[in-house]
Ligand binder design. Structure first.
Ligand code: ADP
Length: 481
């Protein structure tokens, strides 16, 4: 059998009960008996000393008769449930509360030795074989003129003491039973509130391991176990989503690679079998070259995305002038702008505006955004790139008055390979990776990017950057001049 946590706890509980009983029956029982013996002995010794100071002394000083003392002792012993003796130092019985000694027949406690209590004031046993059962005996000397005249000995049957000890022990047993019942309640509580939910969580985890990622774990509680169940569910959802994404991703990659490959293959075959005449070869080789360009672009995009995703992006933050970056990116599109008669207007804050970010990556963000703006703009239109400053944040926006992005697509364009239906006709070379790369870079900077777009009117992409302290130094220097 698998040793479950529950099994171990039940086992521990049973052992706890068992050892509890064993401990009470042995150690506690012995301690209780010893305690009762000592307690009784102390009381009896007190009584014996009192008798030795009063009746016994009087007897030896002959101020009271033997009969009177005998009667007193009989009354006292009946009251105390004991047997009281007065012995001579030699062990001869002078008074015996159980049976008045016969004056004609001397009774001797054989081998009587007052040191039997050995430093203690009591002894347990048959008292020099005077009894056939165990008794507790205390011995108190009777002294007069600094001489020992005799001894007062009080005996109590051990049975009485054991009876007292047993009733005290019963209290210990009762306490133990109460303790066991209380711990059973805790055990039941544990079963209901910890063990059962834990089993359900384990069952859920097993289902997830089997690939059933949509299995709901029925633990709806607001404590650590509820949190654990919810976290596991969330983890399973994330894994399921990642699996879906991966499938979609592979389907997209395959699709995007297949179409240029099919067309390359088609043209090359047609050239080989003569369907395309040799004088048209140059034209079609040009088309094939364009298709290979597209494949190269696709591969590069995928590699860039992969590098950005793996192990968190390592940023090489520096302080640089974002206005200069905007100017240089705009300049790199000069040729395209000229052929399509599109102008780029720069609305920049200040001459120099320092930001703290990874220069190369921000350059790539700007490049992708301006590239898109140009692709989806009409001829003879204008694109505006703007930099603004608000507190510690710098806003950079790229605005076009192109085809715009439908509302339902605005959330999706950030996904890998996503292209809107509107754009398909306009941009056959697009890979659908540009904005995914933009989003990953902005995320790594812990900044934001947002989009405002109206179909047929245009789109504005705005992202934020952290303002650099260099600006303040620059301003200070400006003030001094
Ligand atoms: P692509 O390489 O296809 O441009 P992107 O990820 O950069 O890939 O963009 C995804 C899609 O978002 C584009 O195919 C297009 O449909 C839409 N899009 C992006 N920018 C714009 C824009 N400025 N105007 C209109 N549509 C845009």
């Amino acid at each position: 059998m698998r040793k479950t946590l529950y099994f171990r706890i039940i086992l521990a509980y049973i052992l706890f009960g068992l050892f509890g009983f064993i401990a009470v029956a042995t150690v506690v029982s012995r301690l209780t008996t010893q305690y009762c013996i000592r307690d009784k002995a102390r009381a009896l010794y007190g009584e014996a000393s009192r008798i030795s100071d009063t009746y016994a002394s009087d007897l030896y000083n002959a101020t009271v008769s033997l009969e009177a003392v005998q009667a007193q002792m009989e009354a006292l012993s009946a009251y105390m449930d004991t047997e009281i003796w007065i012995l001579n130092p030699s062990g001869r019985m002078v008074v015996n509360s159980a049976q008045a000694p016969d004056p004609n027949q001397e009774k001797l406690v054989e081998n009587f030795d007052s040191t039997v209590t050995a430093g203690n004031y009591y002894t347990v046993g048959t008292f020099f074989d005077s009894f056939d059962h165990d008794v507790l005996s205390v011995v108190a000397p009777i002294t007069s003129d600094f001489k020992i005249r005799g001894y007062v000995v009080i005996h109590m049957p051990m049975e009485n003491i054991r009876r007292d000890a047993d009733s005290m022990l019963n209290i210990s047993y009762m306490m133990l039973i109460i303790l066991l019942v209380l711990s059973l309640i805790i055990l039941l509580f544990f079963t209901e509130y910890v063990y059962r939910p834990l089993r359900r969580i384990i069952a859920g985890a097993e289902q997830y391991a089997l690939g059933n990622m949509h299995y709901p774990i029925p633990v709806e509680r607001e404590d650590e176990l509820g949190y654990l169940a919810a976290s596991l569910g969330y983890m399973a959802d994330t894994i399921a989503r990642a699996e879906d994404d991966q499938k979609k991703f592979i389907a997209n990659v395959s699709h995007d690679f297949r179409s240029p490959l099919t067309s390359i293959r088609g043209f090359l075959e047609a050239m080989l079998d003569g369907t395309i005449p040799p004088d048209r070869h140059e034209h079609y080789l040009g088309v094939v070259l364009k298709e290979t360009d597209r494949l190269a672009k696709l591969t590069n995009g995928l590699l860039t995305l992969n590098n950005l995703n793996t192990g968190g992006m390592l940023l090489q933050r520096t302080d640089f002038d974002i206005n200069a970056v905007i100017r240089s990116v705009a300049a790199s599109f000069e040729q395209t702008c000229r052929t399509r008669r599109i102008s780029i207007r720069l609305v920049l804050t200040g001459r120099i505006l320092y930001v703290n970010a990874d220069l190369e990556k921000i350059q790539q963000v700007l490049y992708n955004l301006v590239d898109n703006a140009l692709k989806f703009s009409r001829e003879d239109s204008e694109i505006t790139i703007e930099s603004t400053e608000k507190g510690d944040t710098i806003f950079v926006s790229v605005r076009d008055s192109g085809i715009g992005i439908p509302k339902e697509d605005q959330k999706l364009i950030w996904d890998r390979f996503y292209k809107t239906d509107l754009s398909r006709g306009k941009d056959k070379k697009g890979t659908g990776l540009g904005l995914s790369i933009v989003r990953e870079i902005i995320r790594a900077h812990e900044e934001n990017i947002n989009l405002v777009s109206t179909e047929g009117v245009g789109s504005t992409f705005t992202f934020t950057l952290r303002r650099s302290d260099l600006n303040d130094e620059l301003n200070d220097m400006g003030d001094q001049e």
